[in-house]
Write a protein that binds this ligand. Structure first.
Ligand SMILES: Cc1cc2nc3c(=O)[nH]c(=O)nc-3n(C[C@H](O)[C@H](O)[C@H](O)COP(=O)(O)OP(=O)(O)OC[C@H]3O[C@@H](n4cnc5c(N)ncnc54)[C@H](O)[C@@H]3O)c2cc1C
Length: 500
């Protein structure tokens, strides 16, 4: 391993993977440092369900390396590719189911193909500074031994902005006023589920669900992953019965279920850990304990109360609690909720946002209707390069969920597609800085856009392609609806919009 790299990416989640791929593929010598012994960050370690859309109303907004990665996962029999949700409320316009073990494998293989060095089991423990510029990092292994590396640019893809904070950059924890954060969740899956009976229950109790949608395959994928895909949040009557009987204690009043990628499994985004600061290790420990209590309570509830779960068991839990939100690092430009909602465009666009502003209630029990926010955007918005550049620190580029944005803007760009697009842009920018031997604040966004063009990354709408994508999605959805002979859980009013 070299001790000097053009680019060091700290953190191997969806953002860090894309940053290191973009940097490596663009010719920069690149090291990726990760504290775990595998890649994927929350996507694998926290047992996430499907990748939320790369799409805005059927227009594919995230392209380039993130899509190459999805294609490789489909080839490896580890993904369905993007599927279309007939009703996007609550889930977004599409969902890409994936096998987390394939995710870890494919990501590492692609990085190695692009010449990236990977260093696992290494936690960032300090940064080397010359005045306000980061010139290197030191990592710690579990026995306390240290490795030191120098770099032209460091990319902070730690999610929490650990590199930037160690370098002394300003940040906001959670929202700017009360510093509350979207709750964390301990995710899990159950196996040996009769998913047809779960579907039937939702079908027969439509009013008991806040949202529900059938999910339509949009491309060929491996036979072993084929099943009826659907999503629903509710079981409210059963939840309230169980709470009354003392059989269920957890932080919300409904349960979201959707398929796991393997038949007869179901994925749960059902727990909610509120009022804890995930950057504080004692709070985080308490979150892990609380999360496991909630998993036990919810899974036992499912087995006792919900048809189809009688013989099910918890088959997977995360190796760590899933953390949605922590620090937002201060950059040259702070992206706001209004920028996202209004669909603002910027000259220095390096990626695009598209997901509704989805803020889970930081205080607890209720879903979207009361305390949480689900706000559709007027249009896609641009991610400006300036939001990836720290305000005061040189030698550093921000990637993933710690970029400069308010809590509300983060509520939109935080899902995997948005984060992967940002990750790709951060890696492209780092490669430009290394090639031209300049600081991130000196880089011209047009040079970064040229690199994104080479990688296939989108930062502007392509009207012709969008029209084709929309027409294709509608035709496939119409054919799917017809093929199901009325066995659909999507709201009939939404189904009617697919009629000619
Ligand atoms: C509960 C939950 C549910 C979600 N549901 C969905 C969903 O359904 N669909 C969807 O698309 N998205 C979902 N997301 C969002 C998705 O997880 C994030 O978009 C994504 O994981 C953020 O990527 P990231 O790379 O910025 O950060 P992370 O995924 O947090 O990755 C950070 C990486 O950095 C490493 N790291 C951190 N600190 C250090 C350090 N000091 N030294 C070395 N390594 C370090 C970590 O181990 C990790 O690998 C969900 C998130 C959560 C928490």
């Amino acid at each position: 391993m070299n001790r000097y790299y053009d680019v060091i990416v700290v953190g191997g989640g969806p953002a860090g993977i894309m940053s290191a791929m973009a940097s490596g593929k663009s010719g920069a010598s690149t090291l990726l440092v990760e504290k775990n012994g595998f890649l994927g960050g929350a996507a694998t370690a926290a047992v996430l369900g499907p990748i939320s859309p790369f799409h805005y109303k059927d227009e594919q907004v995230i392209t380039g390396l993130p899509q190459d990665f999805m294609d490789r996962m489909v080839q490896a029999k580890g993904s369905t590719g993007h599927m279309k949700t007939l009703d996007p409320y609550g889930s977004g316009d599409s969902l890409g189911f994936y096998d987390r073990e394939k995710y870890k494998f494919v990501a590492a293989e692609m990085l190695l193909e692009f010449g990236v060095d990977i260093l696992y089991h290494s936690t960032l423990c300090s940064v080397e500074m010359q005045d306000n510029r980061i010139t290197g990092i030191t990592t710690a292994a579990k026995d306390g031994s240290r490795l030191h590396f120098k770099a032209h640019v460091v990319v902070d893809a730690t999610g929490d902005g650990d590199v930037a904070v160690m370098a002394g950059e300003n940040y906001v924890l959670g929202d700017a006023v009360q510093h509350k954060m979207s709750p964390s969740s301990s995710m899990f899956e159950m196996a040996n589920v009769d998913t047809d009976r779960v579907f039937q229950y939702i079908f027969e109790h439509p009013d008991d669900f806040e949202f529900k949608s059938d999910i339509v395959p949009m491309r060929e994928f491996d036979d072993r992953l084929k099943q009826k895909y659907f999503v629903g949040q509710g079981f409210k009557q059963l939840v309230s019965q169980a709470v009354e009987a003392g059989d269920l204690t957890f932080g919300r009043d409904s349960v979201i279920v959707l398929n796991g990628i393997h038949p007869n499994t179901m994925h749960f985004n059902a727990t909610r850990i509120c009022g804890k600061n995930p950057t504080d290790v004692t709070d985080r420990t308490a979150s892990e304990i609380d999360g496991r209590r909630q998993i036990d309570s919810v899974s036992e509830f499912m087995i006792k109360y919900v048809p189809g779960f009688e013989h099910a068991f918890v088959s997977v839990t995360g190796s760590e609690v899933g953390v949605r939100e922590t620090r937002h690092i201060e950059g040259l430009y702070t992206l706001t909720g209004t920028d996202a909602y209004e669909g603002r465009k910027f000259e220095d666009a390096v990626s695009r946002g598209y997901f509704p502003i989805d803020l889970h209630n930081p205080d607890g029990a209720t879903g979207y209707g009361n305390g949480g926010v689900w706000m559709e955007l007027k249009d896609t918005f641009d991610i400006p390069y300036r939001s990836l550049v720290p305000k005061h620190i040189d030698g550093l580029i921000l990637s993933g969920r710690c970029i400069s944005g308010t809590s509300e803007a983060h509520g939109s760009y935080r899902t995997q597609g948005g984060i992967m697009g940002i990750g790709q842009a951060a890696g492209a920018a780092a490669a430009v800085c290394a090639r031209n031997q300049i600081q991130p604040r000196q880089a011209d966004a047009r040079d970064i856009q040229k690199v994104l063009d080479q990688l296939g990354g989108s930062y502007r709408r392509d009207e012709a392609r969008t029209a084709l994508e929309k027409a294709r999605a509608r035709e496939i959805a119409k054919a799917y609806i017809k093929s199901q002979n009325g066995r659909l859980i999507t709201d009939p009013k939404i189904l009617a919009t697919y009629e000619d």
